[in-house]
Design a binder for this molecule. Sequence first.
Ligand code: HEM
Length: 491
Amino acid sequence: MDPYKYRPSSAFNTPFWTTNSGNPVWNNNSVLTVGNRGPILLEDYQFVEKIANFDRERIPERVVHARGASAKGFFEVTHDVSHLTCADFLRAPGVQTPVIVRFSTVIHERGSPETIRDPRGFATKFYTREGNFDLVGNNFPVFFIRDAMKFPDVIHAFKPNPKSNVQENWRILDYLSHHPESFNTFTWFYDDVGIPVNYRHMEGFGVHTYTLLNKAGKVLYVKFHWKPTCGVKSLLEEEAIRIGGTNHSHATQDLYDSIAAGNYPEWKLYFQTMDPDHEDNFDFDPLDTTKTWPEDILPLQPVGRLVLNKNIDNFFAENEMLAFSMHVVPGISYSNDKMLQGRIFAYADTQRHRLGPNYLQLPVNAPKCAHHNNHHDGFMNFMHRDEEVNYFPSRFDPVRHAERVPMSNAIINGRRERSVIEKENNFKEGGDRYRSWAPDRQERFIKRWVEALSDPRLTHEIRSIWISYLTQADRSLGQKVASRLNVRPSI
Ligand code: HEM
């Protein structure tokens, strides 16, 4: 028998109980004691192992997006985009790639209700033949801030007060009053879409500007958009309270039940591209995560469809241990978006902390294509290797470099500096969005602002700053909120 052929898995089972090392367990009911009523003996290995395993069942939850649900399926190319990218998994219509998707809320803990007003995560891992591609996005196309340095602060402000452990509006509005660029994302957060009805009826956005490279090495900026085929639906406050009051996992259950019933959720993927040579033609910076791109000038181009047709088999293995790390594949790359650049470091780093240095060996995270390098050992390394050469280069080792992949040859040249995005344009997009709504939707948005700004811990100064921002976005919006709060608008 080859002892290494068998991997630990429930498929390799005995019909009777054993310890983790396979020793038979003939009594799984009673601890080993001195006499019938005496103390437990330390030699009760079976008991110690069982409790020790139990004691360690939890791993750290994600520092953000702890609450989530995942499902598996496939991505299928429906339109020819081979002129835009040389990504192998996008090579031709009809090509399918297995995926796992994790939806999440952002702020609260692993077991928190799924009816809270919060952005939703929409993270997709494509298991391509060229390694994994992680598209880790949200259900809003924009983000509150535009510099990665600020991410821990914005999250701290949204997380519960470290003293009371309660999420408090005054902390959020205090912090973001220093960041007028956040207003645009508030037109999503305080809009009806701030509480999606479930995970199936929401859009997804890569948010960042990525780049596409084609075979000729031509680089385009790109934004990714997911559109659900069943439409976008949201919950109003009263419905959210009712649903959350009876089932705090309603979105997880909806996803699971829909797939189990054969009602497979589906999204269409679109590219929105921009030639980097045109990046100065706009009144905003295309690398700014607080902005979308105008769809009338840069239309959405259909690419493919995502179908989730298989539930996960085990929540811990395929949700808690699922780890996204912003991996890209040849043909898709990053841009200089300051937030995206920060995320490239953050994700792999947090996975090494949360799951350990070999997190990419876990079945859900491991690439489904052949892979090879000399990184080895470390905690929880369960790869069996028998090579004698673990260095490079070597005349004994035939492994060679992969074929060269196209990469941007743009010249990067500049002073070292810590600076802000110059074209701020903080209010135009949000103001336009507000003005595009029907009056009842505007009214609900106003009400949410009035309620948030009524937090008794907010100072007159912070309220006035917000009124000024709202007024700059739309004069009547600012006036309406100001009059209900009894604050005089001033710009
Ligand atoms: C510099 C900015 C950011 C930093 C430093 C950051 C950091 C993190 C960290 C540390 C996690 C936890 C990962 C884990 O433990 O598995 C996370 C999760 C996540 N982040 Fe970010 N993030 C940033 C911006 C964003 C943006 C702009 C988006 C949306 C486009 C986003 C979407 C997500 C999603 C969807 C998850 C959950 C992934 C999952 O389901 O496992 N993040 N982020």
